[in-house]
Design a protein around this ligand. Structure first.
Ligand SMILES: NC(=O)c1ccc[n+]([C@@H]2O[C@H](COP(=O)([O-])OP(=O)(O)OC[C@H]3O[C@@H](n4cnc5c(N)ncnc54)[C@H](O)[C@@H]3O)[C@@H](O)[C@H]2O)c1
Length: 346
């Protein structure tokens, strides 16, 4: 890509998008347009350090709004689509907005992209959850079928499938990323790791679903950004790439790691009623991406250390969030569950 490129990033005020915008501005002389609706998960505090950069522009808007999307797409040479409702638990409560943003929003972006005069790359951020959960030692490759098991994952699958269809039908320059669970700075504290770290810092209980045995692959967000950088510049058009660090750990182990790092007692762990249809394990092979030259720089310990330290040192960032809407959500999700919870026995 040349120095004068303009990259349209959607959902850039969220967790991964904000880290990716910071990554691009630090490495390239690109112009970045951040189109974000600012849902409860969008937060301009995530980008305070770059908001005055003349190469960065924020536009508040919805990816479902064809007028704003078309206008911005016409300026772009590449688009990176992060915009999504991203929390599985919320999709179980009410899936409509997930379908709207992930499926209809992807369609609006694709439709504008195929009319855009100078677009040469559409990088779509999908998820490992499109495969469903892995059984036994199963490790998904990009050839495995989609078997999404939550409304969130099904909506993500719908958005991704449209990308492939637009690539085949209209020759759009589509590349798809299927990342594992990210951890790192600026993640909204409804998600397991920031929820556990911030609760532990406040000596509040850590609610673990079921028996805490669900296994997730923890990908440090900087490693993810490096992978997306590579896909933006060198991913093969029409291809999908898994992004996994191979850092698979059960949720109980993750909670114990956090408590050890913060020198808090294990008695803060509470087992609560499980999420319905909870995926047990995610595991993918990243061989295809590694063949392009990527490998993660953070193993489980390094990723956890940096993540825990960031929330410990940025209390002002998360305390602001953990009020209002968040409190209502937390009470709805965990109030009753915690009242009926079981203690941790090591
Ligand atoms: N976080 C993870 O572990 C993970 C793993 C795999 C894939 N993903 C995918 O990566 C992407 C980013 O995830 P995240 O964790 O940063 O999510 P996030 O919830 O932190 O951020 C999502 C952002 O999208 C914005 N947004 C939502 N609806 C929008 C709309 N209609 N129009 C414009 N903006 C809208 C929100 O305001 C927010 O800023 C998502 O597509 C998600 O599905 C995330």
């Amino acid at each position: 890509m040349t120095a004068s490129r303009t990259v349209l990033v959607t959902g850039g005020a969220g967790f991964i998008g904000s880290n990716f915008i910071r990554h691009l501005l630090a490495r390239y002389d690109y112009h970045i347009i951040n189109l974000d609706k600012l849902t409860y998960a969008g937060n301009l505090d995530n980008l305070r350090d770059v908001e005055d950069d003349p190469r960065y522009r924020f536009v508040q808007g919805d990816v479902c709004d064809a007028a704003v999307v078309t206008e911005l797409m016409n300026e772009a040479s590449a688009v990176v689509n992060f915009a999504a409702e991203s929390h599985v638990d919320r999709s179980i409560e009410d899936a409509g907005v997930f379908i709207q943003t992930q499926v209809y929003g992807a369609f609006v972006l694709l439709e504008a992209a195929r009319q855009a005069p100078s677009l040469d790359r559409f990088l779509h951020i999908s998820t490992d959850e499109v495969y469903g959960h892995s059984i036994g030692d199963q490790r998904f490759t990009e050839e495995d079928p989609f078997r999404p098991r939550s409304p969130y994952a099904a909506a993500k699958a719908g958005g991704e499938l449209q990308c492939h269809a637009f690539g085949e039908t209209y020759g759009l320059p589509i590349v798809v990323a299927r990342p594992a669970n990210n951890i790192g700075p600026y993640q909204y504290p409804e998600k397991a790791i920031p929820l556990f770290v911030t609760n532990a810092l406040d000596d509040e209980p850590l609610p673990l679903y079921g028996e805490g045995l669900q296994v997730r692959d923890r990908l440090f967000v900087d490693d993810h950004c490096e992978a997306l950088d590579l896909l933006l510049h060198s991913g093969e058009i029409g291809e999908a790439y898994n992004i996994s660090a191979g850092n698979e750990r059960a949720n109980t182990e993750v909670a114990e790691t956090i408590l050890e790092m913060l020198e808090k007692p294990k008695s803060l762990i509470r087992f609560v009623e499980d999420r319905p249809g909870h995926d047990q394990r995610y595991a993918m092979s990243s061989r295809k991406l590694e063949a392009l030259g990527w490998s993660p720089r953070h193993d489980y310990e390094a990723a956890m250390e940096k993540t825990v330290a960031w929330y410990r040192d940025h209390r002002e960032w998360w305390e602001k969030i953990k009020s209002g809407e968040y409190r209502e959500y937390y009470e709805r999700m965990y109030g009753q569950r915690l009242a009926e919870s079981k203690p941790f026995e090591s």
